[in-house]
Design a protein around this ligand. Structure first.
Ligand code: PLP
Length: 421
């Protein structure tokens, strides 16, 4: 008997370990799990309550009215005309990512390192050849066009479809690509006729509200995934959005919808009905997004500022709610504590201080690179959204955030004090 080698995602595992420690009465600073601290807008919550009797299966691609709203929303926010026929609704973007990979046969899938935990296992499940694109701290963990060109030129894979996975603002690094960087990558992608799965789930949580979708430059080859989980604080609602390329070949559309119909059938009907209200672009949604971006920007800068005073290497975040910490500059001192891998580092840090980080190797980094992800969302955000709306002063808001998130800042001090000098 043989079974697939699929491990439980390391992020979920760490959350379980920290929960166990907490149950045992130990203080844990939860910087490991990256879940939105905000709730969906009240009108979205009400719509869900009212939709409880929607027990029907919907069309596979989703309820038409929702797809219309999603297309309009992305047209406005991405600045790219989006047709309703490009939109597929799924139960979370994770399954839509998997389905996008399943839509291709025997492809080469290029996955940057670092990148989110699930891309490579999903590509393997879908039967593809997976190759890593290494990036560096100095290069801001970005994929460089020359490197992409070299990977796509590999003669061993000349006959295969090529799929590149990009994610920005990124998990685990909180960094994004500039318009110029996207343009330069597009030149290479177009030269090779590569497909891109562009995971833009944190796009609306760009801290300055300046997310640029790859669709703007490479509409013919980009499959975008997004959804309610991050910008609308509804990870457990499981509502994902896929935007097919403009003028996608009929075969690709059929494959994407065919795989969807053979996997999840449709996203839950009540959630779709509620999402119709989430995907309304008006002043309420605009303020909701602006204040989330502002809170995350202020917190991200503050946490970054504290860590930048140490020997850790870290970049100021631009979006989402993560920082990728690079401990390599203190390799020798860590070595004298018996720490040679990122897992040893995270385990020792957790047991000695209660600070829970996720090892970079969960994100395809080499264990010896000594990196770890810090998520700065261990707080209740809904009250803070109200506070943010009531003040235009960033300094005042930061003070409010510091006292509301004192637990998080206490954990940060524990981390800083633990670092070898
Ligand atoms: N992509 C990235 C980069 C993520 O961080 C996550 C969730 O953590 C997902 C996709 C999956 O999101 P969803 O809840 O839409 O399945």
């Amino acid at each position: 008997m043989t079974f697939r080698k699929v491990n439980k995602s390391q992020t979920l595992q760490l959350n379980e370990i920290t929960n166990d420690l907490q149950r045992a009465g130990k203080k844990v600073y939860k910087f490991g799990f990256g879940e939105s601290p905000f709730l969906p807008l009240p009108r979205v919550q009400e719509a869900l309550q009212e939709a409880v009797q929607r027990k029907d299966y919907t069309p596979v691609a989703g309820i038409h009215e929702l797809r219309v709203n999603v297309a309009e929303f992305h047209t406005v926010l991405d600045g790219v005309t989006t047709d309703v026929e490009q939109i597929v609704i799924g139960s979370g973007s994770k399954i839509l990512l998997l389905n996008a990979l399943f839509a291709f046969e025997d492809a080469l899938v290029l996955v940057p390192a670092p990148s989110w935990v699930s891309y490579a296992p999903q590509a393997t499940l879908a039967g593809h050849e997976v190759r890593r694109i290494p990036t560096s701290f100095e290069g801001r963990w970005r994929v460089e066009p020359e490197q992409l060109d070299a990977s796509l030129s590999d003669p061993d894979f000349a006959s295969k479809s090529k799929i590149v996975v990009l994610n920005y603002p990124g998990n685990p690094d909180g960094l994004t690509y500039s318009a110029e960087e996207l343009q330069a990558l597009t030149d290479v992608l177009r030269k090779h006729g590569a497909w891109v799965i562009s995971d833009e789930i944190y796009g609306f949580l760009h801290h300055e509200g300046n997310h640029v979708s790859l669709r703007r430059y490479y509409p013919e080859g980009t499959i975008v995934t997004s959804g309610l989980s991050k910008w609308s604080g509804a990870g457990g609602w499981r509502l994902g959005v896929q935007i097919m390329p403009a003028d996608a070949p009929a075969e690709l559309k059929n494959a994407l919808l065919g795989v969807a119909s053979e996997t999840y059938s449709c996203a839950p009907a009540p959630i779709q009905v509620a999402a119709i209200q989430a995907y309304v672009w008006d002043d309420v949604t605009s303020a909701y997004l602006n204040q989330q971006q502002r809170i995350l920007r202020l917190l991200g800068q503050e946490v970054y500022g504290e860590l930048a005073k140490t020997a850790l290497r870290v970049h100021p975040p631009q979006g989402a709610f993560y920082l990728l910490l690079d401990f390599s500059a203190m390799r020798e001192l860590l070595g004298s504590r018996g720490i040679e891998t990122d897992i040893q580092l995270c385990e020792q840090l957790l047991s000695e201080t209660g600070v829970a980080l996720l090892p970079g190797s969960a994100f395809r980094m080499e264990p010896s690179a000594l990196t770890a992800r810090l998520a700065y969302v261990d707080f209740q955000g809904t009250g803070l959204l109200k506070e943010a709306k009531s003040t235009n002063s960033d300094a005042d808001l930061l003070n409010t955030l510091k006292s509301a998130c004192h637990q998080m800042f206490e954990g940060l001090q524990q981390l800083v004090a633990w670092l070898p000098q």
